[in-house]
Design a protein around this ligand. Structure first.
Ligand SMILES: [Mn+2]
Length: 367
């Protein structure tokens, strides 16, 4: 895939050099996969300036040998993983050792520090550096293989939603539809849904993160369907809102507002634009409809190996977008006791604009 795993580790090393860090203990599974290709759920990667080792246990001996195609060496340990990692870095020459501060519990951090210092006087000058987002920032810029993987995941989710729209009618339960969506995604090759599939109807559609319930759909209700697939390890994320019947003018206006807000945000997508400006573009349109108070979340988020990752398209996000970012654009409006409307598609940011990866039809869906 693209530059390959060793190239990704080299870019992490450039970041380590800038921070004068000698070793980096990587514990977040998605980050370990991104840097090495190892997909086991138990592992710790130690990246030093001139070598990288993946610590895991005996259950993963074969898998590590098969998946580590780059220069990363597997190291099979018995007993506590972080203890072994701590002892190894404690024996080495590394003075400044970074760890993933947002991915480790306080107890794990203590275990690591104790093991590094065990049996010897505290090494003069050793410092633990709390790194935040170093690898996540690399992951935000996708290579061609990653973009293709998300494109396929987006196409699969889109096709499945189009198929299941035929079953969206009064009388069917929310959780039946969610199960049907999940089943068809798996039949289509997905490892599973990228998150718990949302089917929220009637007043429940006002809850942006509602869980599919046993409620049955009824005529003249809004139904928000938010779903995504994990395919070849990459996620997609897609939302459409259905109206059961012929939508009254008020609903049409809300839908038009959300669709125009989405279009304005998509129009603004290009390298160099600030993430908060993309959010602002959607918000401005909704303000024009006097609906800004009904928009209770941010405009979108990056997606890739995880369903929510950098960059975040919300308020107070000054960082600039880059070619290779993949983001959702998903404005919505929500009215307590009435329902809600959200539209969400996935986009790859390219040099001259955005490519839409999701392929479901747009416009108001009256079923
Ligand atoms: Mn989303």
């Amino acid at each position: 895939m693209g530059e390959g795993f060793d190239g990704r580790i080299e870019r992490l090393r450039e970041r380590m050099v800038r921070a004068r860090v000698d070793a980096f203990v990587v514990t977040h599974p998605a980050n370990i996969f991104y840097l090495t290709g190892f997909s086991g759920d138990t592992g710790a990667l130690v990246v030093e300036r001139h070598r990288a080792e993946l610590f895991t246990d005996g259950r993963f001996t074969i898998q590590a040998r098969e998946e580590l195609t780059g220069r990363v060496r597997p190291r099979i340990v018995a007993g506590g993983l972080l203890g072994a990692v701590g002892r190894a870095v404690g024996r080495g020459k590394a003075r400044r050792i970074a760890f993933e501060a947002t991915r480790m519990t306080v107890a794990e951090r203590c275990r690591l520090g104790r093991a590094a210092g065990a049996g010897r006087p505290a090494k003069a000058g050793r410092r633990w550096v709390a790194a935040e987002g170093w690898i996540e920032r690399l992951r935000a810029v996708k290579d061609a293989g990653e973009i293709e993987a998300v494109r396929e995941a987006a196409r699969l989710a889109s096709r499945v939603l189009e198929e299941v729209l035929e079953q969206v009618r009064p009388g069917v339960r929310e959780d039946e539809l969610a199960a049907e969506l999940d089943y068809r995604m798996r039949r289509g090759g997905a490892a599973g849904p990228a998150f718990e599939t949302i089917v929220a109807s009637g007043a429940r559609a006002a809850l942006p993160h509602a869980r599919a319930s046993s409620k049955r759909l009824r005529k003249t209700e809004l139904v928000v369907i938010d779903m995504g697939a994990i395919l070849r390890r990459y996620c997609s994320d897609l939302t459409r809102t259905v109206y059961l019947g012929r939508a009254p003018e008020r609903i049409r206006r809300w839908h038009r507002a959300v669709q125009e807000a989405q279009a304005a945000a998509v129009e603004s997508l290009r390298p160099g634009v600030r993430a908060e400006a993309v959010d602002g573009a959607a918000r401005k349109v909704l303000r024009g409809f006097r609906l800004e108070r009904a928009f209770v979340h941010s405009t979108g988020h990056g997606l890739g190996l995880e369903i929510h990752e950098a960059p975040r398209l919300g308020r107070h996000q000054p960082e600039a977008l880059e070619a290779g970012n993949i983001v959702t654009i998903e404005p919505g409006v929500y009215f307590e006791g009435v329902g809600g409307i959200r539209l969400e598609d996935d986009f790859a940011v390219g040099a001259s604009g955005a490519e839409r990866l999701t392929t479901v039809r747009q416009g108001i869906l009256e079923l």
